[in-house]
Design a protein around this ligand. Structure first.
Ligand code: AMP
Length: 296
């Protein structure tokens, strides 16, 4: 294997000091799929060196969430990262990332509170803190994040701006299965009938996108069109469907021609699935997402 695996922050710092030029970074929780690979491939193309991490961050899971059961496939992940041309993979233990007496965390206030934050109150505090730590450890020129976790992009972008962290954020579009289901490590939890039902999230996004293309601009109507598609699927239990400004995540209540973010969380069987898109739908590409999501 050409990829170098480092397990401790100290070892990573030593390796990082020897890298030069443009450094790309991709942070994952493992159980890699095509979504992760698209981030890795883009980062590989655009940089001299590529650092990735595999770390299931315990502080972003609430008690009772799936931390203990989260899929762990390290050997396979390392092989895929090797094949994707990753130079260094950081695979720390929770004990090395959170030393005894750890007390510091990053709270990105308002943008962490709605959408996912409403259902998972301390989630983004865990995410922002671990990403800040990973930025300090890996010191990339550009870090690549997936559109699938759009609120995460907004939270991290705000943190980077507010704390003057010297890193560029790039956003890569959501990679989907042939039936439109957004790839996710958690899709592995879906039973066969649930897996079929899970395509309803994409159908809901597309139904709203079609209405938008036909001139519908009223956010409450667009939202209802997406909801109706989800309600047709008996296994889908809607947590939220929302329309927000993609820069600030403020709710959008009036018709507008400015880009809007349609996002949803839907429980299907055990997992809670997320999906989102920008409207107009033509904006869901690397360039526009990077220009728009979380940029204030
Ligand atoms: P995770 O391992 O789920 O924490 O994801 C690591 C990174 O991959 C995050 O930036 C995610 O947004 C991104 N990601 C996850 N699923 C997808 C997908 N289907 N398409 C694009 N990026 C994704």
């Amino acid at each position: 294997m050409g990829v170098q695996v480092v397990e401790t922050p100290e070892a990573l710092r030593a390796v990082r000091r020897r890298l030069a030029g443009y450094i790309g970074a991709v942070y994952t929780m493992g159980a890699l799929h095509e979504g992760h690979l698209s981030l890795l491939n883009t980062a590989r193309e655009e940089n001299d060196a590529l650092i990735a991490s595999i770390f299931i961050n315990p502080t972003q899971f609430a008690p009772g969430e799936d931390y203990a059961n989260y899929p762990r496939t390290l050997e396979r992940d390392l092989e895929l990262m090797d094949r994707a041309g990753v130079d260094v993979v950081f695979t720390p233990s929770p004990q090395d990332m959170y030393l005894p007496f750890h007390q510091t965390s990053v709270i990105v206030d308002e943008v962490s509170q709605g959408l996912e934050g409403a259902s998972r109150p301390n989630h983004f505090r865990g995410v922002a803190t671990v990403v800040a730590k990973l930025f300090n450890l890996t010191q990339p020129t550009t870090a690549y994040f997936g559109q699938k976790d759009a609120q995460q992009v907004v939270v991290i972008r705000r943190m980077v701006r507010d704390l003057n962290i010297p890193v560029e954020i790039a956003v890569c579009p959501t990679v989907r299965e042939p039936d439109g289901l957004a790839m996710s490590s958690r899709n592995a939890y879906l039973k066969p009938d649930e897996r079929k039902a899970a395509a309803s999230l994409y159908r809901a996004l597309k139904a709203a996108a079609d209405a938008y293309d036909h001139g519908e601009r009223d956010p409450s109507v667009l939202r209802m069109i997406a909801c109706e598609e989800l309600y047709r699927e008996p296994l889908a239990i809607v947590d939220y469907v929302a329309i927000n400004h993609p820069h600030t995540l403020y709710g959008v209540h009036e018709p507008t021609d400015e880009p809007i973010l349609l996002s949803m969380a839907v429980k299907i069987g055990a997992p809670r699935l997320l999906d989102n898109c920008l409207l107009p739908y033509s904006l869901n590409n690397r360039e526009h997402l990077t220009e728009i999501l979380g940029v204030v």
